[in-house]
Write a protein that binds this ligand. Structure first.
Ligand code: SF4
Ligand code: SF4
Length: 451
């Protein structure tokens, strides 16, 4: 076989496409198949196209659009009876497409700046946070809105800008400490993975996360050298860059002797637990990645396992929950967020139809595939409305912005809000349970039952 084709097949995970027996069980789970009703936009159809492309039977143009339109939500992999590793096939296809598709010089420069300079850099992400704070507080925002210039922003950024939270001032950002000690007795050491977008835009939620962890009995460390998890890079076909970021994070957390590496973003957490698989061909890094993954936990999992918090202030609201796809379908964290939610006094939990289906955010999908994303969001909001919820709770920054956008598009801002679960837990004024009750970490544990 031609050496070039062999290389392509390795990269695109050609062997894995044979695990698909074309049974079609995944079709009802796929949001893009539901909305487009095209075989090429179903999991089965996409796998078939990847296989044909890897055999040289079709060209890149036939593969591009169906792959670009995939949300990467992984719902297909969860229901697949033959355990097809769809995520790996998709990542391989994205990498090959990224390498082969023609790009203008401008596109290349923009991508290089974004992926190599901005996302991995704390300085850049802080700068974005500071600039957005200045924009919100100065008269610039009002002026641009008045002149209609905001509408000229690319990638529908004007829409997302309207639902951003109020950002903290540079002074407030500087107040964060590298180490925050547990309230009361220290039970565990936690390294906090702050994330790039979370810390830039949702800095306050990260602060609330630290507060919850310390009240739950954790000493919290924030390694300075940590960087972006690499999820956005992997979803855009930049696997080598994603691996480099993984190495930087592994090194950063190795330096701290922590029991757990905790994150609060479904998408980041999913990438962090995939680190081991990235280094199958590099045994030394593979071992270090395994140690990292073994310690990695979503905050809600850890809070349930520690079982040391009690919530003292009732929240008298109807609350519904929108799962983060990557938390649900990759991390398989199902039960912990709901247990916490239901432990808040006053909350009336109402399950939403299709709460396990993607909201259309999917990384930067809602910016680059705006129309399709909004169609998915409209359906999601129809389901939200039938719950009569006052509050939509989610656990990922992208989903949170998307749900806020959904509320705004429906004109429901005066009676509905979207929050991260950490925000709702903080609102319910958590206190450390009495020492005698809190002697049993792992008392409840994470159960992966259905809900
Ligand atoms: S991906 Fe799995 S569920 Fe879907 S058609 Fe292939 S084997 Fe069946
Ligand atoms: S990842 Fe999601 S959108 Fe893509 S094929 Fe699977 S179910 Fe469909």
């Amino acid at each position: 076989m031609d050496e070039q084709l062999k290389q392509l097949q390795k990269k695109i995970n050609y062997e894995k496409t044979f695990d698909c027996v074309q049974c079609g069980y995944c079709l009802p789970a796929c949001p893009t198949y539901e909305s487009m009703q095209k075989e090429t936009h179903s999991p089965r159809g996409r796998i078939n196209l990847v296989k044909q492309f890897a055999e040289g039977k079709i060209g890149i143009e036939a593969l591009q659009e169906p792959i670009d339109r995939c949300l990467g939500c992984n719902a297909c992999a969860v229901v697949c009876p033959t355990n097809v590793e769809y995520g790996k096939i998709l990542e391989g296809a994205k990498e090959v497409l990224d390498e082969q598709k023609p790009k203008t010089k401008r596109q290349k420069i923009v991508e290089e700046i974004l992926f190599d300079q901005v996302f991995p850099s704390k300085t850049w992400m802080n700068f974005i946070g500071h600039a957005t704070w200045f924009y919100q507080k100065s008269s610039l925002k009002a002026l641009l809105e008045k002149t209609g210039l905001t509408k000229m922003a690319p990638l529908h950024l004007d829409q997302f800008e309207q639902v951003l939270p109020d950002l903290p001032s540079p002074m407030e950002r500087r107040r964060r400490r590298k180490v925050t000690k547990a309230v009361g007795r220290s039970r565990v050491n936690v390294g906090f993975f702050t994330g790039c977008v979370m810390d830039s835009i949702f800095f306050k939620i990260n602060d609330q996360t630290i507060d919850l962890l310390t009240r739950a009995g954790a000493d919290v460390f924030i390694p300075d050298e940590q960087t972006c998890c690499g999820a956005l890079h992997a979803h855009s076909g930049k696997l080598e860059s994603s691996k480099e970021l993984a190495k930087r994070n592994i090194e950063a957390f190795e330096k701290e002797n922590v029991d757990y590496i905790v994150n609060n973003a479904g998408g980041c957490g999913a990438r962090l637990i995939e680190y081991e698989e990235l280094f199958e061909d590099e045994p030394e890094w593979g071992e270090r990645a395994k140690a990292f993954v073994d310690k990695t936990k979503d905050i809600h999992q850890l809070l349930v396992e520690l079982d040391t918090l009690t919530f003292t202030k009732p929240v008298h609201e109807i609350v519904t929950y929108q799962s983060s796809c990557h938390m649900l379908n990759v991390q398989r964290v199902v039960d912990a967020p709901l247990r916490l939610l239901k432990s808040i006094p006053g909350v009336v939990y109402r399950e939403m139809k299709g709460s396990d289906r993607c909201c259309g955010s999917a990384g930067i999908y809602n910016m680059i595939q705006y129309d399709e994303s909004m169609e998915i969001l409209n359906k999601k909001m129809d389901n939200v409305k039938t719950t009569d919820a006052h509050t939509i709770v989610t656990t990922n920054p992208g989903c949170l912005l998307q749900m806020k956008l959904g509320i705004k598009r429906e004109g429901l801002e005066d009676r509905m809000r979207a929050v991260h679960l950490v925000e709702l837990l903080s609102e319910a004024e958590p206190e450390t349970r009495d020492e005698t009750d809190a002697e049993h970490p792992n008392a409840t544990g994470e159960t992966e039952s259905d809900f």
